[in-house]
Design a protein around this ligand. Structure first.
Ligand code: SAT
Ligand code: MN
Length: 590
């Protein structure tokens, strides 16, 4: 008798018509074989899927060049297919599940002809964790199979774990013919099913990542009483050896990965990494909030990664441990056969191919590496990996940090008065866009808890869910808003950022451990300046004060914008959020 997994795989194979079906076991020997297949047999836009890089300087590293139109997530082609549009909310593209399925069935008919279908059994979370989920993804390219081996815990044991259950998480993926007009990423939250065609890019194709672990998991969490969040998880060790665990949510280009692997500028302090992208947060038996990272790898932006911005990431990328490490759409130094990107330490190599494989020189007005070029590397390679990473229970969280990029208004750090106020701080979070991403600098986009593209249901209901989780916690974490990006009158960043951010983390852990007091302001609690260690930074006192300045007249436009944002969700925006909004606007009135 066929098992539910076998039956489901057969059904998908009848539609997609692969030449072969290969069941992955997740072993290292298999990864070597699949890399060989990617180097010798499979091609994307005429290029081999993998190219071996200089193994002396970059152990286990392989290069991948994507289809030129397939370099990032495509939010406008991403749909959340709840039966009712209102459940999806204004924050999601929506299609009725039957319509989405008939469209996808048409596009998928025979899409794997001439190819191998890889069956990938994987866990999101440690297999022994009560919070982990067993999943099966199908794909038709070795790049995705290998990437999933790095990013998740893949193995045959998952098949045994699922056994004859039917409720496993399902993902059907095909790169199709990479036609952007036939590219769709469809989510069916009630069926725990993601169906994606036309793209091989991380967030569109590694279906355990944003698609399942955020969009669908956020919906599961809403129903089951937990949170799936776009957050890093880290442990901060003080000079006495005590470790305090925190999570942090930030929109892209705000230094989330750097924070997760921060190299402390303060002696005696150390950061331990548990995750750089996703946290699942559950209420533990002791009334505290526990975090696990469902992933097992890091999928980070290469440009700007250097020994200055993130030395621990470079150490991770060079570690000779987990096989393999991938570089996607970086430039190639052809003399050394090494990956290269803008911002990497050292001088620009003489002979470079750009991310599309064309000779490049620095006189050109283009970037050699694609701005969204990526590395895919196992978290086990990280020298800062927390010893709690594999703890099935997760780690107890003492502080939740919510950040954005704001040149004005938002102080360096604020502590929320209480959980409800903290949820409001997260809900109002906005970030200014950077030139690299949009060509329009300084445009403010609201991105609550950095979840706007990833919340798989109505964001108004999501705020309510956060408020409800707070009620279940007898020892809730304190909530903080941070902003590393405030500028002075000349438009220069006041705060040095990077490893110096430990100074803010130090204040936060002193607060949660009741070691320092704080000053009340209309926005929340801020440090007494003598409690913020700025020794050696040479920030003049007037500038330091500017980091915390509240200018009521500047806030008026902010209130209008917030109101417009919260109004979008209509009756779904909780009364508590409006209450916090009104209290704050009254306190900051002119
Ligand atoms: O969506 S991905 O995980 O591929 C990258 C991102 O964070 O945008
Ligand atoms: Mn992310």
């Amino acid at each position: 008798m066929a098992t539910p997994i076998e039956r489901w795989v057969e059904e998908q194979a009848r539609l997609t018509k692969p030449d072969k079906i290969y069941w992955c076991d997740g072993s290292e020997a298999e990864a070597h074989r699949l890399i060989e297949v990617g180097m010798k047999e499979e091609k994307i836009a005429g290029n081999p899927v993998f190219q071996e890089l200089n193994q002396n300087n970059w152990p286990n590293a392989y290069f991948h060049r994507s289809h030129p139109t397939d370099v990032a997530r495509t939010e406008h082609l991403t749909y959340v297919c709840h039966p009712d549009k209102e459940i999806a909310g204004p924050n999601n593209n929506w299609m009725a599940p039957e319509d989405a399925k008939s469209l996808m069935t048409k596009l998928s008919d025979g899409c794997m002809e001439g190819k191998t279908m890889y069956v990938l059994p994987y866990m999101m979370g440690h297999p022994d964790s009560p919070y982990a989920k067993a999943c099966i993804q199908l794909t038709d390219v070795s790049y995705v199979a290998i990437s999933m081996r790095i990013m998740t815990r893949m193995g045959k044991n998952v098949i045994e774990k699922i056994g004859d259950r039917n409720d496993f998480v399902k993902g059907l993926h095909s790169v199709g013919d990479f036609d952007p007009d036939k590219r769709f990423i469809m989510h069916f939250p009630d069926e725990h099913f993601v169906w994606s065609i036309g793209s091989g890019y991380g967030g569109n194709a590694l279906l355990g990542k944003k698609c399942f672990s955020l969009r669908i998991a956020s919906w599961l969490g809403y129903q089951e009483g937990w949170l799936a969040e776009h957050m890093v998880i880290l442990g901060i060790e003080d000079p006495k050896g005590n470790i305090t665990y925190v999570t942090a949510a930030m929109p892209s280009a705000c230094g989330k990965t750097n924070l997760a692997m921060l190299e402390s500028a303060l002696p005696g302090y150390k950061v331990w990494t548990l995750g750089d992208d996703i946290a699942w947060l559950n209420v533990g038996p002791d009334g505290r909030l526990y975090a696990i990272n469902p992933e097992a790898g890091l999928f980070g932006v290469a440009p700007s990664t250097s020994m200055k911005t993130n030395p621990n990431m470079l150490r991770t990328l060079k570690a000779d441990k987990f096989y393999p490490t991938l570089f996607t759409n970086t430039a190639l130094d052809t003399d050394k056969n090494e990956p290269w990107w803008e911002g990497l330490d050292g001088s620009t190599p003489k002979n470079l191919l750009d991310w599309q494989g064309k000779p490049w020189n620095s006189a050109k007005d283009t970037k050699a590496a694609h701005p969204n070029s990526r590395f895919t590397v196992s978290i086990y390679n990280s020298p800062t990996l927390s010893k709690e990473f594999d703890n099935p229970k997760g780690v107890p969280i003492s502080a939740i940090i919510l950040g954005g990029r704001r040149t004005k208004l938002i102080p360096l750090v604020i502590e929320a008065f209480n959980w409800q106020h903290g949820v409001f701080l997260g809900a109002r979070t906005g970030s200014e866009t950077t030139a690299a991403a949009t060509h329009k600098e300084g445009v403010l986009r609201r991105d609550p808890m950095a979840m706007l593209p990833f919340c798989g249901y109505n964001m108004g209901d999501y705020f309510k869910h956060w408020l409800n989780i707070g009620k279940k916690l007898s020892h809730p974490p304190k909530i903080y808003s941070v902003n590393w990006f405030r500028t002075d009158d000349n438009g220069k960043f006041i705060w040095p950022g990077f490893g110096e951010n430990i100074r803010v983390l130090k204040w936060i852990i002193e607060r949660v451990n009741n070691r320092v007091s704080a000053k009340e302001t209309p926005l929340g609690l801020i440090p007494d300046l003598e409690d913020l260690n700025v020794e050696g930074l040479n920030i003049p006192e007037d500038k330091l004060k500017k980091l915390f300045e509240i200018n009521n007249s500047e806030w008026q436009a902010e209130f209008k914008d917030m109101e417009k944002f919260f109004n979008q969700f209509g009756k779904h925006t909780p009364a508590e959020i409006w209450q916090e909004y009104k209290t704050l606007s009254k306190r900051c009135s002119i």
